[in-house]
Design a protein. Structure first.
Length: 370
């Protein structure tokens, strides 16, 4: 009788466990973002309005294609994204009370780097400075795009000095420059900002960016430590960082690459972008910080890492946060519920509460640093 009771309990537990449906495409490989009940409905409607819902079409190239073919495909993506975002952000008024200046510096590689400086007109005394590194998978987009101009202005309006970096990409109008070209530009910009803190009215430096810019923000700190200048950085704020290079590969580590595949981003497209940066199979931790070991992380400045619940990249950001904690680094981590990749940056009008909270979180983190 006792054996029968134990068997019954085990069976019930097993049934309850197996009957619980896994989230997203882990539970239904045909699920789309339109049908995932976790999605913020205002965000979904915004995506429908501009044709970013449903399943993005598969890329016309594969990992077996030539670098030139993959390059051409990535080149074609840039105008598609800019054509989507330009009309949205061109209609949004920029905050008042700000001063803009463009600087051109010579980077460590001897190339020119354009810096966009935005700061409060009436700022008095030193205030935190954001070294902003834009997204685009280190492959496409520019710091001069309307969405990034708006983001820098919105940050500056909260009482921050923001310096946007026009680093070299691997594709698009700023390509063809594989790793470490773009990262070297970011480190060069860091050095310039540090050397000009007084002129800029900056009290501390926070390196921040989303997606590919999240990668570069984290990697800039790793490279700065390697180069003996990690003290130049007071904090890192990375949004939805693109840091694993495990895209399109069999893996058991990062479930979100399966769970949220095709939700705004296709994992195979992420892999094709990555292949241009440092090769399909690269695990170089300076290029792909997910692979950094504890010795590389020790001594880094405080980090804040945010991820989006419905983003294929979610789990690599969470995993990196855990690695930082284990290495003894101060880190705050946040998952933004109901959102796709970088939604808080891309949809300021449609999800204003989420957008404004993201801006406030960066400001609060910046002012909290000692």
């Amino acid at each position: 009788m006792k054996k029968l009771l134990v068997f019954t309990i085990i069976t019930l537990i097993s049934c309850n466990t197996t009957s619980k449906k896994l989230p997203g495409r882990l539970g239904d490989k045909n699920l789309t973002i339109n049908d995932d009940k976790r999605i913020n409905q205002n965000l979904l409607q915004a995506m429908i309005n501009i044709g970013l819902d449903g399943v993005p079409p598969p890329p016309p190239v594969t990992y077996n294609s030539s670098r030139e073919e993959i390059q051409e495909f990535n080149n074609s993506l840039e105008p598609i994204y800019t054509d989507v975002f330009r009309p949205i952000f061109s209609k949004i008024e920029l905050p008042d009370g700000l001063t803009n200046e463009t600087k051109t510096i010579i980077g460590d590689d001897g190339n020119e780097i354009k810096l966009y400086v935005t700061k409060p007109t009436n700022a008095s005394g030193g205030i935190p400075g954001i070294l902003h590194l834009h997204g685009g998978g280190m492959a496409i987009m520019t710091a001069g795009d309307p969405n990034y101009i708006y983001w820098r202005h919105k940050l500056a309006s909260t009482g921050l000095v923001v310096v946007g970096v026009e680093f070299r990409n691997t594709a698009g109008v700023l390509g063809n420059h594989p790793f470490p070209a773009g990262l070297n530009d970011c480190v060069s910009a860091l050095k310039w900002v540090y050397e000009n803190k007084k002129e800029l009215g900056i009290s501390k430096i926070i390196v921040s960016g989303e997606s590919g810019g999240g990668n570069l923000s984290i990697a800039t700190a790793l490279k700065a430590k390697q180069d003996g200048i990690v003290n130049y950085i007071d904090g890192v704020y990375a949004q939805c960082p693109y840091i694993s290079n495990l895209y399109g590969k069999e893996n058991t580590e990062l479930k979100s690459l399966i769970e949220n595949d095709t939700y705004f981003l296709r994992v195979d497209m992420l892999g094709l972008m990555a292949s241009l940066y440092d090769g399909i199979d690269s695990k170089n931790p300076i290029a792909w910080p997910y692979h950094a070991d504890s010795s590389m992380l020790q001594g880094l400045p405080p980090h804040a890492i945010t991820v989006n619940e419905l983003d294929p990249l979610r789990d690599e950001g969470i995993a990196y946060s855990e690695k930082l904690k284990k290495a003894g680094i101060s880190v705050s981590a946040k998952t933004i519920k109901g959102t796709v990749h970088a939604a808080e940056n891309i949809f300021p009008v449609e999800i204003p509460e989420i957008h404004n909270q993201a801006i406030e979180d960066i400001k609060s983190f910046s002012y909290s640093l000692k």
